[in-house]
Design a protein around this ligand. Structure first.
Ligand SMILES: [Zn+2]
Ligand SMILES: [Zn+2]
Ligand SMILES: [Zn+2]
Length: 249
């Protein structure tokens, strides 16, 4: 389930009166900060714990009638909109385990030293698959300068009857390392960063919407959805992910 599809400012952006923000206010729709909840066999992993986490947990509860326990959180990188909401687990549920690469964990965990004991921290190397909730996860390097940032590839474990592969990267530019590009090729489902339309601005650390569409097609993704969108993209943009969307593989 997509818990959020917005960029760091979210949509509506506070104080903005653009057409898309006005539409969001009038229709009571939002793009909370980008985050994806993965379920397998009754276990749950959250990719990124942004500052909207409390609201997102309430949305899960409204949608499913109860709030499942989240077993683990994967942090993709040390930006405010991807990890700073982790404290929202305090007194809500048992503190989840955290997974990430050394550089991300070194940056992010000190903020939560009051909450996260050493035995909850699981440091993983990029490109080395690990098992979690009965699925195989691989953190792959993406390019989001100057911050070390990782995408995620998820698939059933070796030997499983079902075969599918999905990928997620909410913050990257076009310059993805070859090893990651190869792992992102031919996915059944891809979530990909598309922050601005080309006519607005081009920033070095993100894919624009048009670039994301082009890259998803080049990567031959069977289905793909744009995430981490700014308020410059309307809610009916083709291939836009929407908060609350549920996907099954
Ligand atoms: Zn706006
Ligand atoms: Zn970022
Ligand atoms: Zn971000």
């Amino acid at each position: 389930m997509l818990l959020g599809t917005g960029d760091a400012a979210g949509t509506p952006k506070a104080g903005c009166i653009c057409q898309n923000c006005q539409y969001a206010l009038e229709h009571d729709v939002q793009r909370l900060r980008t985050s994806l909840l993965i379920e397998n066999e009754g276990h749950y992993v959250l990719i990124d714990s942004g500052p909207d986490l409390r609201r997102q947990l309430i949305e899960i509860q409204k949608r499913f009638g109860s709030l499942p326990k989240i077993d683990a959180v994967i942090w993709t990188h040390g930006h405010f909109d991807h990890f700073m909401g982790f404290g929202e687990f305090y007194r809500v549920q048992k503190i989840p385990h955290i997974y990430g690469t050394d550089d991300v964990m070194d940056y992010c965990t000190p903020f939560f030293s009051f909450l996260v004991s050493e035995n909850k921290q699981h440091r993983k190397k990029p490109y080395e698959p690990f098992e979690l909730i009965g699925l195989t996860w691989t953190l792959v390097q993406v390019t989001h300068p100057p911050t070390p940032t990782y995408g995620v590839v998820i698939e059933p474990p070796p030997g499983a009857d079902q075969r599918w592969r999905m990928g997620y990267t909410s913050d990257t530019n076009r310059d993805i390392p070859k090893a990651s590009y190869d792992l992102f090729t031919g996915l059944d489902l891809l979530f990909i960063d598309g922050i601005f339309p080309n006519e607005v601005v081009k920033v070095e650390k993100h894919l624009n919407y048009e670039e994301a569409m082009e890259l998803a097609q080049e990567l031959d993704a069977r289905s793909y959805y744009i995430v981490h969108m700014s308020h410059y993209l309307s809610f009916n943009t083709p291939h836009a992910g929407h908060d609350g969307d549920v996907f099954e593989l």
